[in-house]
Design a protein around this ligand. Structure first.
Ligand code: ADP
Ligand code: MG
Ligand code: MG
Length: 871
C-alpha cells in the first residue's frame, strides 16, 4: 500500500479531477498544462505526502525525498536550467494548495534557488543587476517569514529605513547596490533571531520550504479558516514547485489577477487588476495601487487579447467564472493559477443565469449552483435614498463587497471581537487586512480599509463572507495605537458610529437608515424556473400594502396569512377598537363596528389591489381582547378621554377581561362565539371590498376567510353559518356574487385529530405552526427560550422547534391532519404558515408533504422557492 502511494506528480501527468490528491491549485495547473495553456512547468508534491509527513511527527520519508529529487532533475531537463548551478540556475516557486481554496491562508515562496552565487548569474543573464538583487531580497523575506516564522514587518522596517536614509520613495527607486545593502541586513536578522544563516544550499532551501508548507496546514490561521468554512482538517495541503517567470523584469513585464466576469456584480467581461514591473503578490498585498485590467489594452495590446481569449477558453472549459493569476515576462504571458472565482451572492445569481442563457449550463445545474442563503444575501440591505442624498460621505473607496451596514468602528481584529462579544455591531477599519484578522472580519458588519484594490485580502474575504466592504480609501488614515482614524480634517474615535455602503464605496459618519433593496436582480426569470420545479407554492405572511408589494416582487404566489388584528395596531384604530371593547350595549357596539368596517374595507381594497388577483388568506380576529387595552397610566388617561369614560371604569373592564392564561383563553374562534358581531363585521368588510374591487379591477380576488383556533367541527360550523349569512347579504346588496372560501387554521392538536370532521365544513386548512408547536410541546412560546437553552445544554433538544419545525411530533400531527382532511375532501386546500416552515431544515421534509403552499415573511420567499425547487 505504501509503495502504491503517489508522492509527487509532474504537471503534465495530472488533471482537474485530482483535487483531493493535488490540491485545487495543483490539479488546475495540471489541467491547464494538459490543455496546452502557457503554464510554467513544474510538479506537485501531493497531499498524501503531506499527510504522511504530518502523521510521522514531521518526518519526510526517504521515498518522498527521492521522488522530489527525480522531479527536480526532470524539471532541469525540460527547462535546460540547473538547480543551484552558478550558470543558468533554475529558480522555482514553492506554492501551497489544498483541495479547497484558502486564500492567503497557506504560504508561498518565490525565487527559491537564489543564493550568493546564483544571484550573480541571474544578474548577468538578465543584464539587470537591480532586478536580480530585488528577487534575492524577496526570497530572504518570504523564506524568513514562511520557514522561520520571522515577522515580515521586521524585514519591511529594514527596507523602509534604507529608503528613508537614502530619501527614496518607492521600492522601485532602490538600486542594485541598495538591495545588496538590504540583503546584508536581512542576513544579520537571520543570525540575530534564528542563530543561523540563510541557507545557501538550494536543496536545503527546497526541503525547508516544502516542510514549512506542510506544517502551515496546521497553523492557527489555517485552522480558523477551515473551522469557519467547514473544511475538514484531515485533507492536508499539496505543494507545487514551479519554474519562476518574472513580472518584475523591465517595463514589458507585470503581474495581475483577472476574473472572467465581475465577481461583485456578475456583469460579463474581464474584470481585474495588474501592476507593471511587479512580482507575486504585489497586486493583492495592496502595496501599490494596481491598474484596471482594461488599461492593459493600451500597455500590452497583444497580451491583453491573448489573456482575454484564455479567460474565455478557461471559463468555457470549467463552465464557470474563473479567477486567474497571470504574469507577463518581457511580453510573454504565463498563467499561474485558475479556479472558480469567489463572488457575491448577487454575482452568483447573475452569472448562473447568464451561463444558462449562453448554453453553458442547464436549468438544473443553475438551480443546484445557487445555494439557500445566496438569495437572502443577494437581497442585502441598502441605505434609504433620502438619507444618502442628505448626508455627505466622509471618505470613499472602492465598492468591494455590496450591502450596507451601520456599526461602531474598531481598529484591530481583537478589539472588534471584544466589542462584538459585548453585543455591539462592529465595523472593522484597518490600513489593510491580513489573514490574522480573519476572526475579527467574520464578526464584523462591514470592513473598511485604507489600502488595496478590488482583489485585496479585505475585498476577497468580505465578498466570500457576504460582508459589506469598502477598500482603498486613499485619504483615510488609521492610527491603531491611538485608536483613531482621520480623513478630511475629521477625527473619528474608536466606538464611533459609522455607516458603510459597500455598493457605492461610501463611508458616512453617523447612522443612515437601512432599506431593503432587491432591484436589478433578475429574480423574475429565476422564479419562473423555480416554480416549474415544485408543486408547492410559496405565499407571504403580510398585511400592509408595503409588505404585500414587497412579497409580490419577491415571487409570492399569494398571501398565506393576513392578520387582521394588525390593522388595529395603528393609534386611531386602536382607540376605536378600545371603544368597542368598552361599549356597554349591543347598539353602541354596532355603531362602532360600522365605522371599523369602513376602515377595514378600505384596507382590504388597497391590499387586494397590490395582491393583483392572487389568493389571499385573511384571518379573523385572533388575540384575546385585553391585549388591546391600555398598558400604562398615560394610555389609560388618553383612552379615557377618547371614549368618554373614567380611567377607573376602564381599569375595571380590563380586570374583568384579564385571564390567567390568555393564550389558552378567550381568543380566536372563541371570540367569534362570544361576539359574533365582530366576526360578522370582518366578513362583511372582506366581502364588500372583494365585490367593489371586482367592479373596479374586473378581476376576481380569491378571498379565503380563515377562522383561527378551531378545536371542533361544531364551533367551526356555527361560525361559518354566521359568516355566510352576512356574505349572502353583501352579494344581495351589490347584486353580485364573487368566489370565496371559508377555512380554518389548524393550530391545536385536537383539531389535527379531528381533522376529518372539520374538513366536512372547511374549504381549506392552514397550519399555524407557532401555536401548534406550543401546544404539542406544552411549551409556552414566550417563555420557551430559557427552557430550550437548558435542554440544549443537556443535549435533550437539538433544535429550537420554534425555529425548525419538529418533524417527529408536530410534523406527525400535521401529516395525520392532512391525510384525514384529504380523505374526506380530496380538493381540500392545505397550507402551512409560520416562519419556522420556511427554515431550510423544515423545508427539507415539508417538500414531501401533500400541501399546496407554505407561507412565510416576504424576504424568505426566494430562498424557500429555491429550496423547494432543488432536487
Ligand atoms: P496564493 O494561494 O496565496 O494565491 P500562490 O501560490 O498563487 O499563492 O502565489 C502567489 C503569487 O505568487 C501568484 O499569484 C503569482 O503571482 C506568484 N507566483 C507563484 N508562482 C510563480 C511562478 N512560478 N512564477 C512567477 N510568479 C509566481
Ligand atoms: Mg498568498
Ligand atoms: Mg494564487
Amino acid at each position: 500500500d505504501f509503495f502504491m502511494k503517489t508522492w509527487v506528480l509532474p504537471f503534465n501527468k495530472g488533471n482537474a479531477e485530482q483535487k483531493e490528491l493535488l490540491g485545487g491549485k495543483g490539479a488546475n495547473l495540471a489541467e491547464m498544462t494538459r490543455l496546452g495553456f502557457p503554464v510554467p512547468q513544474g510538479f506537485t508534491i501531493t497531499t498524501t505526502a503531506c499527510l504522511d509527513y504530518l502523521e510521522n511527527q514531521e518526518y519526510l520519508n526517504p521515498s518522498i525525498l527521492t521522488e522530489i529529487n527525480i522531479a527536480i532533475a526532470a524539471l532541469e531537463d525540460e527547462t535546460k536550467k540547473k538547480f543551484g548551478n552558478s550558470q543558468n540556475p533554475l529558480l522555482v516557486s514553492v506554492r501551497s494548495g489544498a483541495k479547497f481554496s484558502m486564500p492567503g491562508m497557506m504560504d508561498t515562496i518565490l525565487n527559491l534557488g537564489l543564493n550568493d552565487e546564483t544571484v550573480l548569474s541571474l544578474a548577468k543573464d538578465s543584464g539587470d543587476e537591480r532586478f536580480a538583487y530585488d528577487c534575492y531580497r524577496r526570497l530572504l523575506q518570504m523564506f524568513g517569514n514562511v520557514v522561520f516564522d520571522m515577522d515580515h514587518q521586521l524585514f519591511e522596517k529594514i527596507v523602509a529605513d534604507y529608503k528613508q536614509t537614502h530619501q527614496l520613495v518607492s521600492d522601485s527607486d532602490v538600486t542594485a547596490d541598495g538591495w545588496k545593502e538590504v540583503i546584508v541586513a536581512f542576513k544579520v536578522l537571520f543570525v540575530k533571531l534564528k542563530q543561523r544563516d540563510f541557507p545557501q544550499n538550494v536543496e536545503e532551501q527546497l526541503l525547508l520550504a516544502v516542510e514549512a508548507v506542510f506544517k502551515s496546514w496546521n497553523n492557527q490561521r489555517a485552522k480558523t479558516y477551515r473551522r469557519l468554512h467547514g473544511i475538514s482538517d484531515s485533507l492536508g495541503t499539496a505543494v507545487n514547485v514551479q519554474e519562476m517567470v518574472f513580472g518584475n523584469f523591465w517595463d514589458t513585464s507585470g503581474t495581475g489577477v483577472v476574473f472572467s466576469r465581475n465577481p461583485a456584480t456578475g456583469e460579463a467581461g474581464l474584470f481585474g487588476e495588474y501592476l507593471m514591473n511587479a512580482q507575486g503578490e504585489d497586486v493583492v498585498a495592496g502595496i501599490r495601487t494596481p491598474k484596471s485590467i482594461q488599461t492593459l489594452k493600451k500597455d500590452l495590446p497583444k497580451v491583453y487579447l491573448q489573456l482575454k481569449e484564455i479567460c474565455e477558453k478557461l471559463e468555457a472549459h470549467y463552465k464557470d467564472m474563473q479567477d486567474i493569476e497571470f504574469t507577463v515576462e518581457k511580453g510573454k504571458l504565463f498563467i499561474l493559477q485558475t479556479r472558480n472565482g469567489k463572488r457575491t451572492a448577487k454575482a452568483k445569481l447573475v452569472i448562473a443565469l447568464d451561463l444558462f442563457k449562453e448554453g453553458m449550463i442547464t436549468e438544473q445545474e443553475l438551480i443546484e449552483r445557487i445555494e439557500g442563503n445566496d438569495l437572502e444575501e443577494a437581497l442585502h440591505p441598502a441605505f434609504c435614498k433620502e438619507d444618502k442624498k442628505e448626508k455627505e460621505s466622509w471618505v470613499s473607496g472602492l465598492p468591494a463587497s455590496p450591502g450596507a451596514a451601520v456599526g461602531q468602528i474598531y481598529f484591530s481584529a481583537d478589539q472588534a471581537v471584544e466589542a462584538s462579544k459585548r453585543g455591539e455591531k462592529v465595523i472593522l477599519m484597518r490600513a489593510e487586512t491580513s489573514p490574522e484578522d480573519i476572526e475579527g472580519m467574520a464578526i464584523s458588519e462591514a470592513i473598511v480599509t485604507c489600502r488595496g484594490g478590488m482583489t485585496s485580502h479585505a475585498a476577497v474575504v468580505a465578498r466570500g463572507m457576504g460582508i459589506c466592504s469598502v477598500v482603498g480609501c486613499e485619504n483615510l488614515s488609521v492610527d491603531e495605537k491611538e485608536r483613531v482614524a482621520y480623513a478630511d480634517g475629521q477625527v473619528v474615535k474608536e466606538g464611533a458610529v459609522l455607516s458603510v455602503d459597500g455598493t457605492t464605496g461610501d463611508v458616512y459618519i453617523g447612522e443612515l437608515r437601512l432599506e431593503k433593496n432587491n432591484t436589478q436582480l433578475p429574480l423574475k426569470e429565476l422564479f419562473e424556473m423555480l416554480d416549474k420545479q415544485s408543486s408547492i407554492a410559496v405565499r407571504a405572511n403580510a398585511e400592509t400594502e408595503k409588505d404585500i408589494t414587497t412579497a409580490m416582487e419577491l415571487g409570492a404566489t399569494g398571501i398565506g396569512l393576513s392578520r387582521t388584528e394588525h390593522m388595529f395596531f395603528e393609534k386611531k384604530r386602536l382607540m376605536l377598537f378600545r371603544k368597542l371593547i368598552l361599549a356597554q350595549t349591543l347598539e353602541e357596539r354596532i355603531a362602532i363596528l360600522e365605522t371599523l368596517k369602513e376602515v377595514q374595507k378600505e384596507d382590504f381594497k388597497r391590499m387586494y389591489y397590490v395582491a393583483k388577483g392572487h389568493p389571499m388568506t385573511i384571518r379573523l380576529l385572533d388575540p384575546p381582547l385585553h391585549e388591546f387595552l391600555p398598558k400604562n397610566e398615560e394610555e389609560y388617561q388618553e383612552t379615557a378621554e377618547f371614549v368618554g369614560k373614567s380611567a377607573k371604569e376602564i381599569k375595571q373592564k380590563a380586570n374583568a377581561l384579564a385571564e390567567v392564561n390568555p393564550m389558552l383563553g378567550f381568543r380566536g374562534v372563541r371570540l367569534g362565539v362570544a361576539y359574533p358581531e365582530i366576526y360578522q363585521m370582518q366578513a362583511e368588510a372582506i366581502m364588500e371590498a372583494a365585490v367593489e374591487s371586482y367592479f373596479e379591477l374586473n378581476n376576481w380576488m380569491e378571498v379565503e376567510i380563515m377562522i383561527p383556533f378551531t378545536t371542533d367541527a361544531s364551533e367551526f360550523q356555527r361560525i361559518r353559518q354566521l359568516l355566510e349569512e352576512r356574505i349572502q347579504e353583501v352579494f344581495h346588496k351589490y347584486n353580485q356574487p364573487v368566489p370565496y372560501m371559508i377555512g380554518t387554521m389548524i393550530e391545536i392538536p385536537r383539531a389535527c385529530i379531528l381533522a376529518d370532521e372539520i374538513a366536512q365544513y372547511a374549504d381549506f386548512f392552514s397550519f399555524g405552526t407557532n401555536d401548534l408547536t406550543q401546544m404539542t410541546y406544552g411549551l409556552s412560546r414566550d417563555d420557551s427560550p430559557k427552557i430550550i437553552n437548558q435542554y440544549m445544554t443537556h443535549g435533550l433538544m437539538k433544535e429550537d422547534p420554534f425555529q425548525v419545525l419538529d418533524e417527529k411530533g408536530v410534523g406527525a400531527l400535521m401529516k395525520m391532519a392532512i391525510e384525514k382532511g384529504r380523505k374526506i375532501k380530496p380538493e381540500l386546500k392545505i397550507g402551512i404558515c409560520g416562519e419556522a416552515a420556511a427554515h431550510p431544515d423544515s423545508i427539507a421534509f415539508l417538500k414531501d408533504y401533500a400541501i399546496d403552499y407554505i407561507s412565510c415573511s416576504p424576504y424568505r420567499i426566494p430562498q424557500a422557492k429555491l429550496l423547494l425547487a432543488k432536487g
